[in-house]
Design a protein. Structure first.
Lengths: 229, 241
């Protein structure tokens, strides 16, 4: 079955696929940072006792979590240019380019998932810690930023990284709007050279190796940082 | 927002745009439910395999799970649709390309089903492993064989414990079914995009599609909450008393 397997086509495509991989990794890293920051804000909002703050956050999270990522990507490709024209007041305003549209879509989408992870992490911090912080005279922000979040994040690091691996796999979906991420590069070469078998199996192999190694590292990290109980 | 365009005759294929939306919902449901049958069956077998003491069964299941969940679903779709017909024997490959009815649909079902199976397997395994070992020992001591222990103790208890995570996998399968549009299945998201290209009613049609997905999610959540209360194990945390 591999008798007419053409390894040469993979080798020739390597520089192009490398660029695609940089796109995928860049998108993953930026969306992860943005998603964690926004997710933390959403988690704090959801945990607020003020209904006017917690309800919009839970509405946002539940809405995005019940919508497929592809539909969200389509939504933002449609909405972002309109929003730019609206806010800049210039009806001829240029778009912000496909990379930034994808980045906004992934950040806002992943924030919903990060929010739930971070919320669980915050809730796992013993209530006594917060009470002690208040007893020391810290206000809400001081207690949250200096006492609760550091402990919460310490417990969450492995899950946040695992979600990052899922995000890396999800970035392959930018294919639907024609961007050249790693998978996009693979499929463009595959169709240009008529070498679908080689390119798609190679793409699968690369994704597998990267994600598998990353998940092993996360597993080791998890064993190392689990605080003694 | 004006949804009047839905009753207009569609650009091609007869019927109205509303009919397109209904067709989309039908394919989303079909792909998801068929894939869930595969995911649940294969996932259960794999999950059980990972808990056995037989080394090669355990190893085989572990390799499957690691292989399938570390490759993006999109790549699975492409491999089932484009690569599979080339890898199987010639005559079968030819039939898959020319004779097989609805090749996109079945590729999507297999890709989504076998991909989700790896995630279901992990849930089933964690359910079985969460049952205290003393119960297995007690069951063996009363004279049950190992298959009987699985049949009467580990599986009935394990499944009931993992209903919540299985529910979220079931929800994920509906959302993931949208990836099938990349190989040409005209499910809900694909129909929404096509309709937006023909009518420029992007805002309305995307809103409609989003609402349908939210309704599917809510329906699954309500049904599963009912199932959960029906089969809950008394005496566990979170099941109330």
């Amino acid at each position: 079955m591999f008798s007419d397997f053409d390894f040469d086509v993979i080798q020739r495509a390597l520089p192009y696929m490398g660029q695609g991989m940089m796109f995928s990794l860049g998108l993953t890293a930026l969306a992860m940072i943005g998603g964690i920051v926004l997710g933390t804000v959403l988690a704090l909002m959801r945990l607020s006792s003020i209904k006017a703050i917690s309800l919009p956050a839970s509405g946002y999270v539940n809405l995005l979590r019940s919508t497929p990522l592809i539909l969200v990507i389509f939504w933002f490709y449609f909405l972002v240019p309109i929003a730019i024209k609206h806010f800049s007041g210039d009806s001829y305003a240029q778009g912000i380019g496909p990379f930034h549209s994808a980045l906004i879509a992934f950040t806002l989408f992943e924030a919903a998932y990060y929010c739930e992870i971070i919320r669980a992490g915050i809730q796992s911090v013993p209530a006594g810690q917060i009470n002690a912080a208040y007893a020391l005279g810290l206000n809400y922000w001081q207690a949250t930023i200096q006492v609760v979040l550091p402990q919460a994040f310490r417990n969450m690091v492995p899950i946040l990284l695992t979600q990052g691996i899922i995000l890396f796999q999800d970035t392959s979906l930018v294919y639907v709007v024609g961007l050249t991420d790693f998978m996009g590069a693979a499929s463009k070469v595959a169709q240009r050279d008529g070498r679908l078998v080689e390119m798609y199996l190679f793409a699968a192999l690369v994704y597998f190796v990267l994600c598998f190694i990353a998940s092993l590292i996360v597993k080791r990290l998890q064993m190392r940082i689990t605080p003694p109980r | 927002m004006d949804f009047g365009f839905l009753s207009q005759p569609a650009f091609s294929g007869g019927g109205t745009y509303f009919d397109w939306v209904i067709t989309g919902i039908k394919w989303t449901m079909l792909v998801s439910l068929c894939a869930w049958v595969i995911a649940f069956t294969v996932g259960s077998v794999l999950g059980v395999m990972r808990t056995t003491k037989v080394v090669w069964l355990k190893g085989l299941a572990t390799v499957y799970v690691e292989l399938f969940r570390n490759i993006p679903l999109l790549v699975h779709m492409f491999i089932w649709y484009f690569v599979m017909p080339e890898l199987v024997p010639k005559s079968l490959g030819l039939w898959m390309k020319q004779g097989m009815p609805m090749p996109e649909f079945w590729s999507a079902v297999f890709a989504l089903g076998f991909y989700t199976a790896s995630r279901v397997a992990e849930q089933v395994r964690s359910g079985i492993e969460s049952i205290p070992r003393g119960q297995t020992h007690a069951a063996l001591a009363t004279g049950l064989t190992m298959p009987q222990v699985y049949r009467y103790l580990l599986l009935p208890m394990g499944y009931r414990i993992v209903v919540p995570p299985l529910t979220s996998e079931f929800l994920t399968i509906f959302k993931n079914s949208s990836v099938a549009l990349t190989i040409g299945v005209l499910e809900l998201t694909a129909q929404a995009r096509t309709i937006s290209e023909y009518t420029f009613r992007t805002f309305e049609i995307f809103t409609l599609a989003t609402v349908v997905y939210v309704v599917i999610t809510l329906a699954v959540v309500v049904i599963m909450q009912f199932v959960e209360t029906k089969i809950r194990v008394p005496g566990y945390i979170g099941t109330g008393r």
